[in-house]
Design a protein around this ligand. Structure first.
Ligand SMILES: O=C(O)[C@H]1NCC[C@@H]1O
Length: 336
């Protein structure tokens, strides 16, 4: 076997959402901040993202993480997130996958019954706490970066639907949140193609009207993904909401989406629907769950922000050595 490139990968999934964690075969690109490091990887290693995530090696329904040295001295490790459409500053399901891989492979020492792991990301420092038993992570809860609302009830003209109110919020990535009933749809897998098409149209329509921009880092701007939601339900005093997230360039998140759920915590708090310390269950389109909680309040620039905590579980699914044959006609894969 002759290879031009090789990557060592531990594969995993978090609540159904696949995340491949690259543990070897890619060198660090030193930088002062993780966001600068992310920019260097985008400029110098985007071929590796395409190699891993595009067909025939990858598929749109997965992400890839690169473990790198952190820039913040408080962190145990850094990681950068490759999505099928681009690189993103933060991801919830992938934080849970990465924490699980770091602890279950011994890259970060595991302590039972719980281990705290500090992870440096391009969005900021994340603290993950894993409940550990017999060498395994039984759950991972992470303190996300502050989440805040950019707009509530913004009227958007969606082609083929008409005017619908949407919320726009940041939770580590930028989200547009719409109600399924306003789009004449339901959050069910049988409506998958329709949900993806609506998500793409919504994203384009929002971007033609505004450009959400992070006040502390203007490079974090635009719209990453779309949340389409069923109404919030209160049963026996417990709050839950079923939603799906249309991830760029157009596929459904299998998990309840940690950054999307964080952005929803900011919106729910702004609407007076959830208090600090209260929990809410976010349910994905395949019925998997994250538990979200607001652990406190903060400010980001002039925006009132909430401090989200998101809990879920990941499982390691295998190990692989990805190779690039010098004669392979698809060194950066292909997208259909
Ligand atoms: O949990 C999340 O934040 C995400 N899952 C895949 C797409 C998003 O990054």
């Amino acid at each position: 076997m002759h290879s031009k490139r090789g990557l060592s990968i531990i594969s995993s999934h978090c609540e159904g959402e696949a995340g491949d964690v690259i543990v070897g075969g890619i060198l660090d690109l030193p930088a002062k901040t993780m966001h600068e490091k992310l920019s260097r990887y985008i400029n110098e290693y985007d071929d590796l993202r395409q190699l891993l995530l595009h067909e025939p090696r990858g598929r749109p329904e997965m992400s890839g993480m690169v473990i790198v040295p952190p820039c913040d001295p408080r962190a145990d490790a850094g990681f950068l997130i490759m999505a099928p459409g681009d690189w993103v500053p933060m991801s919830g399901s992938n934080t849970i996958c990465t924490t699980t891989v770091l602890l279950e492979t011994g890259m970060v020492p595991m302590n039972e019954p719980s281990t705290e792991v500090k992870l440096d990301t391009a969005a900021g420092l994340i603290t993950a706490t894993a409940e550990c038993e017999n060498g395994r992570c039984k759950s991972v809860a992470f303190d996300n970066v502050p989440a805040f609302v950019y707009a509530l009830d913004k009227e958007i003209d969606v082609p083929g639907v008409g005017k619908v109110p949407v919320d726009i919020a940041y939770g580590g990535q930028w989200y547009v949140i719409a109600q399924a009933k306003d789009l004449n749809t339901v959050v069910e897998t049988s409506h998958g193609d329709e949900l993806i098409s609506l998500g793409k149209r919504l994203k384009e329509a929002v971007l033609s009207q505004c450009m959400p921009t992070h006040p502390e880092n203007p490079a974090i701007c635009g719209v990453n993904n779309i949340v389409i939601s069923q109404p919030l339900v209160i049963q026996d005093g417990k709050k839950s909401v079923r939603h799906t997230v249309i991830v760029t360039p157009g596929r459904l998140d299998r998990s309840p989406c940690g950054t999307g759920s964080s952005s929803r915590l900011a919106v729910l708090h702004a609407r007076g629907l959830i208090e600090v310390g209260e929990s809410i269950t976010f349910q994905s389109i395949i019925d998997t769950k994250f538990v979200g909680r607001i652990r406190g309040l903060d400010k980001v620039g002039d925006y009132e922000a909430v401090l989200p905590n998101i809990r879920g579980r990941a499982w390691i699914t295998g190990e692989k050595q990805l190779r690039l044959d010098p004669d392979d006609p698809f060194p950066t894969g292909f997208v259909i």
